[in-house]
Design a binder for this molecule. Structure first.
Ligand code: ZN
Length: 321
C-alpha cells in the first residue's frame, strides 16, 4: 500500500453565485481567497479557491461557478456536510458573528465535540466543530476573524450513502482508514495521524433521496497524497480493486486522479504540491485570473466572458469585527 493518506486535501462544491460565495467565505468565515482560476473541464466557468494564507492542503474549500445549473437536492451518493475545525471556546463567538450577518445557526454535539451548524449562501451544510488541535493553518495578515477564534482548516467531511458496506470496505481495506467511533447510523473513520482534517463520517441513509449534482451540493472530496509516485501507487491499487480511476490529470496546482467510491461519492486523490504559489507569490494569491500554461491562449476570451469578482478588502469586511 502507498504511504497512508494524511487527510483531506480540498473539498469542491458548486455555487450559483460566485460573488455571494466570495463575500461569504472571505468576509464572514474569514478564509483567504487564494486562487481565481477556471474549471479545466468546463473552461468558460470559474474555479475559485478559499484557504489559509498559502493554500495549505487540508484547508482548501473550492467552488465551481455554474450559475446556469439547476438547484436540486443533496442526498445519498454525496458529501452532505463539510466541517471546519475551530477552537472549542469559539462556538459562541461564531453563533453571534453569524447571527449578526443574518445566517441562521443551530448547535449539535457529535462524538466528543460540539459544533455550530449553518448553511452557506448556496445551501451547503457547514459545521464549525470545536476541536482545533491543528497547527497546519497559516493565518493571513489581514484576516477579518479574531485569530483566537478563526477556522483552522477542515475538521471532517460527511458522506451519505444508501448502503455503507462497499464504502466502508474501500475506506478500510484499500485506502487505509480505520474505524474510530459509531453513533447511530454514523460511523467515523480516521486516517494518517488522526484528528482534524483526517476524519470522514459515513452516514447510512437507505430511505433518503439520492443527491443530484447541482448548485448547493458538494461535487467531490479530495484526499492528500505527498507526491507523484505515491499517487501512481494509489492509482494502481485502486484499479486492482476494481475502481474505475481516471488517468493522472495535471491540475497545475496539484495532480489528480478521480474515482467514485461504491456509495457514489466522487473521490479525488491530489498531490500536496506544487501548490498555489506555483504562479503567484503568497502576497498576490487570488489577485489575477490564474491559468495553467495550456489555457493561456484562452485568456483574452475568458477576460471578456467571465464576470469580474470583487474580493472584499479588510476595510469592507465589517461583519461586526
Ligand atoms: Zn478537486
Amino acid at each position: 500500500m502507498p504511504a497512508s493518506i494524511p487527510g483531506i486535501h480540498h473539498v469542491t462544491c458548486i455555487t450559483g453565485d460566485v460573488q455571494k460565495c466570495v463575500d461569504f467565505y472571505v468576509s464572514v468565515l474569514g478564509l483567504r481567497f487564494v486562487k481565481k482560476s477556471i474549471n479545466q473541464d468546463l473552461p468558460d466557468t470559474y474555479h475559485i479557491y478559499f484557504a489559509d494564507n498559502i493554500g495549505t492542503p487540508g484547508t482548501v474549500m473550492t467552488f465551481f461557478g455554474w450559475p446556469t445549473w439547476p438547484k436540486r437536492r443533496t442526498g445519498s451518493g454525496q458529501v452532505t456536510s463539510v466541517s471546519f475545525a475551530v477552537p472549542p471556546d469559539a462556538l459562541d463567538y461564531w453563533s453571534n458573528r453569524l447571527r449578526k450577518v443574518g445566517v441562521e445557526t443551530s448547535r449539535t454535539s457529535r462524538f466528543d465535540s460540539d459544533a455550530v451548524v449553518l448553511r452557506d449562501p448556496d445551501g451547503i451544510e457547514l459545521q464549525l466543530v470545536g476541536h482545533a488541535k491543528d497547527d497546519r493553518w497559516i493565518p493571513g495578515p489581514d484576516a477579518p476573524v479574531d485569530k483566537d477564534y478563526a477556522i483552522r482548516g477542515f475538521h471532517s467531511a460527511t458522506l451519505t450513502v444508501a448502503e455503507t458496506a462497499g464504502t466502508i470496505d474501500l475506506l478500510t481495506n484499500t485506502m487505509g482508514f480505520r474505524s474510530a467511533a459509531k453513533e447511530g447510523n454514523r460511523t467515523r473513520f480516521e486516517t494518517g495521524s488522526g484528528g482534524p482534517h483526517s476524519i470522514v463520517d459515513v452516514v447510512e441513509s437507505p430511505e433518503g433521496p439520492v443527491g443530484e449534482e447541482s448548485i448547493g451540493t458538494v461535487h467531490h472530496v479530495a484526499w492528500r497524497t505527498p507526491d507523484d509516485s505515491a499517487q501512481v501507487g494509489w492509482r494502481d491499487l485502486l484499479v486492482k480493486t476494481g475502481r474505475n480511476v481516471t488517468p493522472v490529470i495535471d491540475r497545475w496546482y496539484f495532480k489528480s486522479i478521480y474515482f467514485r467510491e461504491p456509495g457514489g461519492v466522487l473521490f479525488e486523490i491530489a498531490t500536496d504540491g506544487p501548490g498555489f504559489t506555483v504562479d503567484e507569490p503568497v502576497e498576490k494569491l487570488g489577485t489575477t485570473l490564474s491559468l495553467p500554461p495550456w489555457f493561456q491562449v484562452r485568456r483574452e476570451h475568458l477576460d471578456q466572458i467571465l464576470t469580474p469578482i470583487v474580493v472584499p478588502t479588510t476595510a469592507a469586511r465589517g461583519a461586526g469585527h
